[in-house]
Design a protein around this ligand. Structure first.
Ligand code: XMP
Length: 506
């Protein structure tokens, strides 16, 4: 595997994604808590950082613990750190370099730069520049304004690059990473979904033995894939619980329960709608609603889990970005919405946790799901928030409002599917607004509810753009909603991007 030391760059996860795309396993660890080198670490990458190597408290590692022992690639800050530690000099750039640049000189005889054409576009993002290299270092690439765009230390497989190969704007970035990971480190490109399934099922078997596991299914991709993996390892010793919180999409509880049963999972559906509605009564603040929903979920889940005798493990669909977030150099980011920082179930459940997907990125989870032959209707689903329609009904929640929103959402989602647009959209749904507006139907004045439709494109939900859905399509959906859903007389379409808006309205 490749070990990636994180110095806090916003791009560190991307480095890992690119290495995984080469079918090579890698792990990110914070620079100040890195594991020791073991035989299976074939190479190390030092990430970039928002810091400067010139600042007093600059993040550092013991370079000699890695360089000279295994191949090492420093990216941006990582490269500057190597140059500075080796006796070179790093100075502030005259202008902060941010954006595209072109390589003007490339040493194609060097293994890292093999087959990288002169003129190839690279992505720069740095405020410092390496003004002087240590004696035994040589330049292997330059741009017109950055003399040391890449270097190698003589006698060692130690390399540094000033540009960001992980960003797609570096057109040959992936080739640079392939040169490093495959040719220089000699990693086998054997990290595939099949191998992952095989080795994970084998290790789950060993870890869990005859123990029982309880797992909460949500209908989403992650918990479903986690469940099928654990099921392959321990069969009916896996007990799944699927809770109807009364805030799911129309027919979702029945449909999803049905597909889980077809998948052979041992799953219990629990109708807890009333408990949720009671706890939510009169609550209007988004965070208060989230907390109430979270608390009832835990109570219901706990009660069900206690009915399973001798259960020892709690299965969870945690994926790698959640893990990195919680151990990252900068710590979890500020709380915008509480779900981003909420983790798992309370300690009093005293269960050991098993998380078979905690090394995978979202797209890898889908690939594993495909290998496991999980139905596309589950794998291709849009993300849906845990508190469900509870945070799409602005203001207080009543069963009547849930019913209205379910009907609206159903029409919107089904229309997207019928029009062949569903898979082009990353997430879609409808919001019920806490206002009424005047309309006219036939000869009657109406004073009814307003719904907003939302459809976005995104890669990971961190940023998102509103979808430019065809006007004709929107017109048809709007007509169908107003004509068939009683209580709604106006439909609007949300044209805000994230940031500064968020995907959900609450
Ligand atoms: P925002 O609204 O923060 O949403 O732009 C980003 C992604 O997170 C989902 N989301 C949630 N998921 N519990 C969840 O499990 C929540 O409380 C929650 N709030 C937002 C949202 O649907 C989108 O995919």
């Amino acid at each position: 595997q490749i070990l990636i030391l994180d110095f806090g760059s916003q791009y560190t996860q991307l480095i890992a994604r690119r290495v995984r795309e080469l079918n090579v396993y890698c792990e990110i660890h914070p620079y100040n808590n890195a594991p020791e080198l073991t035989d299976d670490v074939k190479g190390v990458i030092f990430s970039g950082s928002p810091c400067s190597v010139r600042q007093e408290d600059a993040p550092e590692v013991d370079i000699d613990a890695y360089c000279g022992k295994v191949p090492v690639l420093g990216v941006c800050y990582g490269a500057q750190l190597m140059a500075q530690k080796g006796g070179g000099n790093v100075l502030p750039s005259e202008i902060r370099e941010y954006g595209r640049a072109k390589l003007s000189k490339v040493d194609q005889h060097n293994e890292l730069m093999k087959e990288i054409p002169v003129d190839s576009q690279v992505w720069m993002s740095h405020g410092d520049t390496i003004s002087e290299l240590p004696e035994n270092f040589t330049i292997i690439a330059s741009t017109p304004s950055v003399r040391v765009a890449a270097f190698k230390k003589e006698g060692e497989q130690t390399f540094g690059i000033q540009f960001h190969p992980e960003v797609t704007h570096s057109t040959e970035g992936k080739r640079v990473l392939r040169n490093f990971v495959v040719h220089i480190c000699g990693c086998e490109q054997s990290w595939t979904p099949d191998i992952f399934v095989e080795s994970t099922v084998a290790s789950l078997k060993e870890k869990l033995g005859d123990d029982k596991v309880v797992l909460g299914l949500s209908g989403g991709v992650d918990s479903s894939v986690a469940a099928v993996l654990i099921h392959q390892a321990i069969g009916s010793n896996l007990h799944c619980i699927f809770v109807d919180n009364g805030l799911l999409r129309k027919n979702e509880f029945e449909d999803v329960l049905d597909s889980y049963k077809h998948m052979g999972l041992n799953v219990k559906g629990v109708d807890a709608k009333d408990k949720f509605y009671t706890a939510l009564k009169g609550l209007t603040d988004p965070e208060a609603k989230r907390k109430a929903i979270g608390k009832v979920f835990i109570d219901v889940f706990d009660e069900e889990a206690h009915k399973i005798q001798d259960v020892k493990w709690l299965g969870q669909g945690t994926i790698y970005p959640d893990v990195i977030e919680s151990v990252s150099v900068n710590g979890p980011s500020v709380t915008i919405k509480s779900h981003h920082n909420v983790g798992g179930l309370p300690d009093y459940m005293k269960l050991q946790v098993v998380e078979p997907l905690n090394t995978l990125f979202k797209d890898e989870v889908r690939l594993v799901g495909k290998t496991l032959e999980i139905d596309q209707s589950i794998l291709g689903r849009h993300p849906f928030p845990g508190p469900g329609l509870g945070i799409r009904i602005l203001g207080d929640i009543t069963p009547e409002k849930v019913h209205i929103l379910q009907e609206v959402d159903y029409i919107f989602i089904n229309s997207l599917k019928k029009a062949g647009l569903y898979d082009d959209v990353w997430q879609a749904g409808a919001m019920l607004l806490p206002i009424q507006s005047v309309g006219v139907m036939g000869d009657e004045r109406t004073y009814e509810r307003v719904v907003s439709l939302r459809a976005v494109t995104s890669v990971d939900g961190m940023t998102a753009d509103w979808c430019h859905l065809p006007y004709e399509f929107l017109a048809d959906v709007s007509n169908e909603i107003i004509n068939t859903v009683k209580g709604v007389n106006r439909v609007v379409y949300d044209i805000s991007s994230k940031p500064p808006a968020t995907i959900e309205w609450e």
